[in-house]
Design a protein around this ligand. Structure first.
Ligand SMILES: Cc1cc2nc3c(=O)[nH]c(=O)nc-3n(C[C@H](O)[C@H](O)[C@H](O)COP(=O)(O)O)c2cc1C
Length: 198
């Protein structure tokens, strides 16, 4: 059976959905891993079943007023019965967010997702990339992690650009990296670090 990674996300206008698709594609690129995209705007039984079956859940939300969207928060609060039985305990977790501002207070959103995961007893996986772009004078806007986060994957989308145009390619590649990293850690957790090593 494959190692299952679920991407539990909300997107109002489609930007975070593109980021979620990139996370899923990164996760699914790891041999033996399957990725499931779960829109948390629909709180139905298949959603909870997919999340219960996953070894890792990667949470994603647009940044709204400096934190997660109300729709994502409704999902978080609806996970109360899962929390009560610690149903996600010891699963892996990670997070991503899109906002219009270059900062946009995205770090606060990722912190909030990490606290949510910790309340569920999950293990948080960081982004694991050095900061790019303006971090050094030789950086480039096409660098991975151009927005310089550590806790999770950040993306920026101008508020007047549609989801076909934004987030930028560098942010989508950063999201792919996060999905791949979480999937690799999930495989390691399942089979041990030595499996697949030369
Ligand atoms: C209610 C609301 C609050 C927002 N708050 C912020 C914010 O705090 N910081 C920011 O940079 N962008 C903010 N934005 C812009 C969104 O984060 C941005 O448009 C994002 O791309 C939306 O993602 P989506 O297309 O997945 O819905 C806000 C948008 C809305 C609708």
């Amino acid at each position: 059976m494959s190692t299952r990674v679920a991407i539990a996300y909300h997107s109002g206008y489609g930007h975070t959905a593109r980021q979620a698709q990139a996370v899923a594609s990164g996760a699914a690129s790891v041999p033996g891993v399957s990725a499931a995209l779960c829109d948390v705007a629909v709180l139905d039984a298949p959603l909870w079943e997919t999340l219960a079956d996953a070894e890792a859940i990667i949470f994603g939300t647009p940044t709204h007023m400096g934190s997660q969207s109300a729709v994502f928060q409704a999902f978080a609060e609806a996970s109360g019965p899962v929390w009560a039985r610690q149903g996600w305990r010891d699963k892996l977790a990670a997070g991503f967010t899109t906002s219009a501002g270059v900062s946009g207070d995205k770090l606060n959103t990722l912190s909030s997702l990490a606290v949510f995961a910790a309340q569920h007893g999950m293990h948080w996986v960081s982004l694991g990339l050095a900061p790019g772009w303006l971090y050094s004078s030789t950086g480039d806007v096409e660098d991975l992690n151009r927005l310089g986060g550590f806790l999770g994957a950040m993306a920026q989308a101008p508020s007047d650009a549609g989801p076909a145009e934004a987030p930028a390619g560098a942010d989508l590649r950063t999201a792919e990296h996060l999905g791949r990293r979480v999937a690799q850690v999930a495989v390691q957790l399942r089979h041990g670090r030595l499996v697949g090593a030369a």
